[in-house]
Design a protein around this ligand. Structure first.
Ligand SMILES: Nc1ncnc2c1ncn2[C@@H]1O[C@H](COP(=O)(O)OP(=O)(O)OP(=O)(O)O)[C@@H](O)[C@H]1O
Ligand SMILES: [Mg+2]
Length: 281
């Protein structure tokens, strides 16, 4: 592949990799600075993005799902983690967001794209990672591991006191939740992509100046009620299950944060004061 993909072409490419070359997803432009200007000035960027993610999740899921409230919570969490990575790592203001629920096709898909610096450039800013992250494919493989973040500093041990400080769990959590729900996850950055589904993990070549992420989860149309269902009884339980695998994996990686940040543990709007105490331990 030689010519650079536009944002729309990259979105189509992601869909094709996922094996679902349906109609193109309409993409919504989100300017992070505009979003912040429109929000309460006292809110942290993470909180602003969580609120935006909740609106997007509500629009996506509506009330046609069984157990809609839990499904909306889960998608709020997933969309928030996807949105955050652009302002936190890509060095650009614009996020492109696409989402569609197609019960007839048995899937719900969400994607984010940005035209920022890319995963390898971001991670290899950090001297602790630069030695072994020597190409785009390795960058994607490492970025998906639990605890791997451009913010890791071996000497500093755990993260800063800011609850929104990165802990390197975002991409791991999205891919692990996808695995638990038998979905598919595709991460594309600059000249490489990685696709993970029940069939395994495969890498391929791309040509996009920036980073794009697509998640597709299966949904089941219920014949009797006409509603659709995802196997999500409790969003928090699913997040906690993925988190436990992540913290177990992070323990085995030298340059990884060993504990996930508070936001990685769930929705900030839902986590109680006990969660904060636990975080400080
Ligand atoms: N859109 C992006 N553009 C550039 N680099 C990215 C992007 N998304 C992720 N990365 C890189 O991949 C790393 C891992 O991302 P991940 O979301 O897993 O963790 P994090 O964002 O560092 O921490 P957390 O998600 O726990 O706040 C990031 O630290 C960053 O270096
Ligand atoms: Mg992140």
């Amino acid at each position: 592949m030689t010519s650079q993909l536009t944002v729309e072409q990259a979105a189509r490419f992601l869909q094709a990799i996922g094996g679902a070359p349906r109609e193109a997803l309409p993409l919504l432009r989100i300017s992070v600075s505009e979003l912040q200007k429109q929000s309460d000035a006292l809110l942290e960027l993470g909180d602003v993005l969580e609120q935006k993610a909740e609106k997007l999740a509500q629009e996506l899921i509506g009330n046609g799902a069984e157990n809609s409230a839990e499904v909306i919570k889960l998608f709020t969490y997933l969309i928030r983690e996807m949105l955050r990575n652009t302002p936190e790592h890509a060095g650009c203001d614009e996020i492109w967001f696409g989402a569609r629920l197609e019960p007839a096709e048995g899937a719900v898909e969400i994607m984010t794209l940005d035209e920022g610096c890319g995963v390898q450039a971001s991670l290899s800013h950090n001297p602790a990672h630069r030695r072994y992250i020597t190409n785009g494919q390795k960058a994607l493989a490492w970025a998906m591991k639990a605890g791997i973040s451009k913010s890791f500093q071996p000497a500093a041990g755990q993260r800063s006191q800011n609850p929104w400080a990165n802990s390197g769990f975002g991409l791991f959590m999205i891919s692990e939740i996808s695995r638990l729900l038998q979905g598919s996850f595709t991460l594309l950055s600059e000249e490489d992509y990685v696709h993970v589904d029940a069939g395994g993990t495969r890498f391929g070549k791309a040509c996009f100046h920036g980073t794009a992420l697509r998640l597709s989860l299966p949904v089941e149309k219920k014949q009797v009620t006409g509603r659709y269902a995802l196997p999500v009884e409790s969003a928090q339980r699913l997040i906690s299950q993925a988190l436990a695998s992540g913290e177990a994996q992070a323990k085995t990686i030298r340059n990884a944060f060993k504990k996930a940040s508070l936001p990685s543990r769930g929705l900030m709007s839902e986590l109680g004061i006990e969660g904060i105490g636990e975080e400080k331990c």
